[in-house]
Every structure is written in C-alpha cells, then in structure tokens.
Design a binder for this molecule. Sequence first.
Ligand SMILES: *Cc1c(COP(=O)(O)O)cnc(C)c1O
Length: 375
Amino acid sequence: MQDLTWVEISREAVVNNLAVLRGRIGEGVKLCVCVKANAYGHGLVEFSRLAVEAGAEMLAVNALYEARALREAGVDAELYIMGYVALRDLAEVVELGASLVVYNLETVEALGKLGRQVKVHIKIETGNNRQGVRLSDLAEFGRAILACGNIEVEGATTHFANIEDTTDDSYARGQLANFERGLAILREVGINPPLVHAANSAATLLFDDALFTMVRCGIASYGLWPSKETMLSFKGVGELKPVMSWKTRVAQIKKVAAGEFVGYGCTYRTTRATVLAILPVGYYDGFDRGAGGAHVLIRGKRAPVRGRICMNIIMVDITDIAEVELEDEVVIIGESGGDRVTAEQFASWAGTINYEVVTRVNERISRIEDFGDLG
Ligand SMILES: *Cc1c(COP(=O)(O)O)cnc(C)c1O
C-alpha cells in the first residue's frame, strides 16, 4: 500500500547531531538520548535504532509502555524510565531490565517488596516543582532505599526549569547549587551513584557546569534547537540538522473561479481564478488546526493553505506553481528545491514550539528511514 502521508527520518542527520553532542560532552560523559513521545514524533523504534547506532549509550523514555515497545522490537540498549510508573506495574520494569526514576516513598517500598535487584535514579527537587524529592526529605528517602537492600541507586538527577533562557541563567545556577546540596545529602547517607545527570539539550549545548557524568538530550538529537537563544549562543563545533521530513501527496487539482469560497465556514474567498491542490492531511494527522497561515512546498515552491484546516484534508493554493500533477510529493516539514519549512516555522504558524509540532505528528503515519547520500 502506498503511504499518502509519511515521515522520513535521516540517518545522516542523527549521526551528525549525536556527533555535535558528543563534541560538547567528550568521551567521559554518558550520552542518554530521550525517545519519549514516539521519539518526539520521529518513530520510537525507528529512531531509537538509529540513535543507538550513532552512539546513544542509554535511551530515556517517559512511560513503561514505551520501554516495553522497545524491548518487543528487540532494542536491547540501556533504558531509563523518566515518568511515573504505577505501583502495580513496578515488577515489569525489572523484567524489562530498565532503570527507573524514583521520588515517592511508596514506590521505594513497593520496589523493596519485589525482592529482586532493581536500578533507580533519585530525582532531586531543585526548583522545577515537577517530579522530585525535596532536599528536606532527601536523607530519609535515601535511607529508605538503603534499608530495602535490593535497590541499586544507579543515578541522581534533577531537571532545569529555565535553562533555555541564556540571557539570564541565574535560576539555573540556583538549581545547580541546590542539586549539589542534594548530592551532598545523599553522600552523607552513603549514596554515591555513578550517574549524576541534570542536563537536557539546552544545558548540554551551553552549560559546561551541568554535564556531570551523564546528559539527557532530546530535542537536539532530532536536530532541533531548544530555543532561538540556545542556537544563537551555541559555541560548540558543528551544527544540528533536522532529522524529520514530513510529506504527503496531491489528492486532487481543482480550478476555481474568482469569488468562490473554500472550506468550512466559508472563511476564505478567492480573489482571482485559482488552482487548488487538495491534500490528504489534516489536524488528525497533526497539522495543527491553528496553522491556517501555513504553506507547504510543492516542486520547490510555496503553496499557502486556503480555508480552514479540516480533520483529514487541507486545501492549498498552487495557482503560481507550474505543472503540478496528481500524487506529486508535498513537503509539510522539510526541504524542497532549496526552500525549507522548519519545525520552528510551523510552530510560529501554530502558535507553539518546535517540540510540539514534531511530537504531534500522528503515530500511525509511517516513519521511513531516509538514507540520504549514504544509502
Ligand atoms: C524530555 C526530557 C529531557 C530532554 O529535554 P530536551 O530539551 O528535549 O533535550 C531531559 N530530561 C527530562 C527529565 C525530560 O523529561
């Protein structure tokens, strides 16, 4: 069956991006690549395989089902689960050979009762007020873990709240100081884990003091910058290359006269004789309904969206693009004939961030490896 809408992921770009990150951290720091949210929309299994080949030493997922999917696909890399796992599901973490973030005494107790060796990373609350153990509770938490006897503390970790803002890193520096305090508290109770990690992509790209012994990189692995500020401040070697291209095909070509309405709500009316291409992609697929100002690329030219974005269909204006044919390739995100639509550009149309644009691409759309010049 021919895919009408598909995502290509570039092996070459993955290799490039992990080399850029490796260049920042050197050989002594472990590179953990975050593949939660269907590998930020790039295809959990498809992307994870490429990442491991390109030098990822650990894969971080959010949820148990993601760890399970990777194991079922035969991915045997080290796995770290960063999100909450229900108490009744903790045995499966052990069966999958994954390590797990911990921050609740209830979780520690339940892990203790499993009686089997399990690896955990203690999440220290340093100022994000998301998951994490507050410094005032940390010593007791550490002692509870030690009392179990079967829990190996593989890591200690925290997460920055405001690291993308490179013009004022004072909040991040405060978090870093709190993290150091937390590590000292753990050492006092006799916990000195080999993996100490705080850095996401932005911190890895910019913040030498935050590297410790492991980094957790998501967005940069996909060739996207965490923010414009991060991009402008980066002083490392190389540049990130977007891994994802998102494509579809022309489903109909239609000539309409001047003054005709296009789409639901009659929100758009042609001002001239117009040629429309009807595309088989809509908000169900992840083409945000708010991105009415978007354009796609056909034969290297820009075709603006006309009318409202539908559930499964959009209409674009191809009046000024010569010789478009049925089933021509259409680039939603990616490059065509020297022009490019970036995830950042799409994000500005949709009023969101690049992270959301790529993670929203519907999971049932095929992810196909694009070998680029290598294959
Ligand atoms: C998603 C996530 C990351 C990766 O963040 P990026 O900005 O994509 O690099 C790192 N750590 C945690 C805890 C995360 O949830």
